[in-house]
Design a binder for this molecule. Sequence first.
Ligand SMILES: [Zn+2]
Length: 113
Amino acid sequence: MSTLDADQTLNQNKDSAWRYFSCPIANDKITTKCNFCGKVSKRGIFHAKQYLAACSKNVTHCACVPEQVKEEILDYMQKKKHEKEDKNLASKDEYDSFGIGEGDDLEMLSNKK
Ligand SMILES: [Zn+2]
């Protein structure tokens, strides 16, 4: 149980969206802090991307995100979706490593009911 190991794992699994978020609580990957407005969310990086990209009506949108970043995230999410479809067919293991924030988000959705 060393912090260093945990950080390395976190880095390996890092979503590119983490460039726009910081992680205010060590080892808590579902807590994200927006680098643009400082808003803290506890719903995972997938939700955080929706927040930046403003692509979901169920998600609060960032008021401070630059248009360029918004487009980048949207583009990234679409690419990743395609990648995931491919990986899903090819290898379950890789699919799992790609699914980090998504899993959290699905959990949230099922908890809501
Ligand atoms: Zn924000």
